[in-house]
Write a protein that binds this ligand. Structure first.
Ligand code: SF4
Length: 344
């Protein structure tokens, strides 16, 4: 990924210093204030957080007061904000800071990440805003802004995309790291809005933004959930009759490879012995069973891990279509998954 982020630093910071919104937690750079607000903002919009934040700080003005409060009182203060594990982690982290750090916040992202509930993003935000460490703070808003500026179709739901964008931001991080991180967050929150409706005409980065210039704002960012793949073990049978014909059958009309012809197959793996028993239970009498090896076929959501067997049978059993290898080649569309086991 080429680093096209350098040119945005100056216009972004200029815009931020002029338009920066004032929030209760921005009145100072106190780590306790920044931390509590960042945790509250994680799954909640800014407006409701303002009220909760103000009430929280009135009740618990210092990290020591947070560390001493009972869990019941804390939950009461958090009531309505949801995601209560955030509050429990705040509590635990406050107790750790008082106990292990003498009430002083750790000052680097690396140290901050040792505290419960503080991940890469929150650690980067606190370390850069409060202590001026040159580290990025990458959340969904920041990812959206950066992939749009770069016109990148990388999937923002993949950890690798976040990792690469974090590295790019790390490379360009200016001295005013806190302001730069806040500016990116604020641009994402208020201007570079999701779902194809960014306010590009109000954006200071219009001249630097490939998505805007190429009309791609409704297509970026790409957000594709990773599909969980299923693995299925299959035994594929090349049944050969005394006349040299092969058995094929039609798949059910719906579902994977719906309505296509296939070689007979059964789920799971078999040994020669268990396969022989299985075939006899299906009224197929084997004369000779020879392994054909293994193959893997990848469908969109499923992998078939296949083991093939050539089975010379005593007669052409009912329930199959018996065709010569020539007919199979010329008149029937056999899906690729089965071709591994049919010799030309
Ligand atoms: S120009 Fe539009 S799409 Fe590009 S960063 Fe600004 S608001 Fe987002």
């Amino acid at each position: 990924m080429e680093n096209g982020i350098y040119p945005i630093i100056e216009p972004l910071l200029t815009w931020y210093y002029q338009h920066r919104k004032s929030y209760p937690w921005r009145e100072d750079r106190e780590p306790y204030h920044v931390w509590v607000s960042e945790i509250m903002l994680q799954q909640t919009r800014i407006e409701p957080v303002k009220l909760y934040y103000t009430r929280f700080m009135q009740a618990l003005p210092t990290i020591e007061s947070l560390s001493c409060i009972s869990e019941e009182q804390l939950m009461k203060l958090w009531e309505g904000l949801g995601y209560y594990s955030r509050a429990r982690n705040l509590h635990k982290a406050a107790q750790m800071i008082v106990r292990e750090y003498g009430g002083q916040f750790p000052q680097t992202a690396k140290e901050l990440k040792k505290l419960p509930g503080i991940g890469d993003y929150t650690a980067g935000a606190i370390a850069s805003i409060c202590f001026g460490e040159r580290v990025p703070a990458v959340d969904g808003n920041v990812l959206r802004v950066i992939v749009r500026i770069m016109g990148s179709d990388r999937n923002v739901l993949l950890p690798d995309t976040k990792k690469d964008i974090t590295a790019l931001l790390q490379e360009v991080m200016p001295k005013e790291s806190g302001a730069f991180n806040e500016a990116l967050m604020e641009l994402g929150e208020n201007i570079c809005l999701p779902n194809g409706v960014p306010l590009c005409d109000q954006c200071p980065l219009q001249g630097n933004c490939l998505a805007c210039q190429q009309g791609l704002t409704d297509q970026l960012p790409v957000r594709m959930k990773e599909v969980k793949r299923r693995q299925e073990e299959k035994t594929i049978l090349l049944l050969v009759s005394p006349q040299g014909r092969l058995a094929i059958e039609k798949r059910p009309p719906k579902g994977l490879l719906g309505g296509l012809y296939q070689l007979p197959n059964i789920n799971g793996y078999y040994t020669e012995e268990t396969l022989c028993t299985e075939l006899l239970s299906r009224q197929i009498t084997p004369l000779a069973i020879t392994p054909l090896g293994r193959a893997k076929h990848i469908f969109t959501h499923i992998d078939w891990l296949m083991q093939g067997w050539r089975v010379a049978v005593t007669a052409e059993a009912d329930g199959f279509l018996w065709v010569t290898p020539q007919e199979l080649k010329e008149a029937y569309a056999l899906p690729t998954a089965f071709k591994y086991f049919v010799k030309e």
